[in-house]
Design a binder for this molecule. Structure first.
Ligand code: PEP
Ligand code: MN
Length: 362
């Protein structure tokens, strides 16, 4: 039998009709009653936002950082649910959190990256969820380990949860990068190929780490026909006690949602083909750059030799020979020779520039 066969689609999660993509928005953390009420009020005016997210217990790297206000926040979130007619999503890290959230009618519980990285914690939460009708989101683990992610989803599923989705929030980068966490779109394509009925949501905020990259990542998720987005939004991001650089104001979020081009689910196959071709092009461009770099390094060596033998930088005979042989090859490859000639000229100009610069330095 197909794995996760009993999963419900997002449209079946709520009693009222739900349109896709599902938009979950709210602050990284609940910080105070005012902050959370004001943020929720603004977000409730954005028609696409149906779910308010907020961290109540924050698993922080450093113990001196803000670790959330704890249980009292659940009271404030229950008030928001009533007042603004928003569903509420909260991260749970222990069976106690599950019990408290469910007793206060919190709609969606999510397992954060750090929890998902520990199967023992996931199992404890799965046990606490047994016999309930909770909606559960499972973020990806810190490392790009698809089996560990699927394992966590399976633990929750085996406890009888059928309203379940995966959340892609990127993976820990081992090399310095502009993004806070590296998106691995190919891993999520693999996940969806294996479990076509498992909804998938993107969290562009934790991938980006900075507001400037969020719309680009959100659009990429839409291009891949993700089912939803979880985006951090704060009434006053500059003053936020956690993740201040990546939180959008509610009006910035509204603008982002307006500009988003939503995927037509029928095109998913084409989108994936498109992504595969783009990945090939990316890889070829990187190889072209490496080769150009290598070529210019050789030009530098050549420049030293030319100087030793008192030869001029520009040797017309050699240049004619280069043009002739390369254009012959271009013709064989059925390529546009005007394009190749222009390309060779620009490479040659750069080679001359490098040699002249080197000469004036030596
Ligand atoms: C969060 O969503 O605020 C959070 C802590 O996310 P993650 O588990 O992805 O780091
Ligand atoms: Mn956060």
């Amino acid at each position: 039998m197909k794995k996760f066969a009993n999963l419900k689609s997002i449209e079946q999660w709520f009693n009222e009709p739900t349109s896709l993509p599902l938009i979950i928005a709210g602050p990284c953390s609940v910080e105070s009653y005012e902050q959370v009420i004001q943020t929720a009020e603004k977000l409730s005016n954005i028609p696409q936002v149906k779910i308010f997210r907020a961290g109540v217990w924050k698993p922080r790297t450093n113990p001196n950082d803000f670790e959330g206000v704890g249980n009292i926040a659940i009271e404030w979130l229950s008030e928001i649910k009533q007042k603004f007619n928003l569903s509420i999503a909260v991260e749970v890290l222990s069976p106690k959190h599950v019990e408290l959230c469910l007793s206060k009618n919190i709609d969606i519980l999510w397992l954060g990256t750090r929890t998902v990285s520990n199967p023992f914690s996931v199992q404890q939460i799965a046990d606490a969820l047994k016999g309930t009708d909770a909606i559960v989101l499972v973020k990806n683990p810190l490392n790009p380990d698809l089996k560990l992610w699927i394992g966590a989803i399976e633990r929750i599923y085996k406890s009888g949860i059928t309203k379940l989705a995966a959340v892609h929030r990127g993976f820990y980068p081992f090399e310095p990068t502009n993004l806070r966490n590296i998106p691995k779109w190919e891993i999520t394509i693999d996940l969806r190929t294996q479990f076509s009925n498992l909804p998938i949501i993107c969290d562009p905020s934790h991938i980006a780490g900075h507001t400037r990259y969020i719309s680009m990542i959100a659009q990429k998720a839409m291009d891949l026909c993700y089912d939803g987005l979880m985006i951090e939004s704060h009434i006053n991001p500059k003053e936020a006690l956690s993740d201040s650089k990546q939180q959008l104001t509610p009006s910035e979020l509204l603008l982002l949602l307006k500009r988003l081009i939503i995927c037509n689910n029928k095109n998913i196959g084409e989108q994936i083909e498109l992504l595969k071709l783009r990945e090939k092009i990316d890889s070829i461009d990187m190889q072209l750059l490496e080769l150009l770099h290598y070529r210019m390094e050789i030009v530098k060596e050549l420049s030293t030799l030319k100087k030793q033998h008192q030869l001029p930088i520009l040797q017309l005979e050699r240049w004619r020979e280069i043009i002739h042989s390369r254009l012959k090859k271009a013709k064989e490859l059925n390529m546009n020779t005007d394009f190749i000639k222009a390309l060779l000229e620009i490479i040659h100009l750069e080679a001359i520039r490098i040699q002249s610069e080197k000469e004036s330095k030596d």
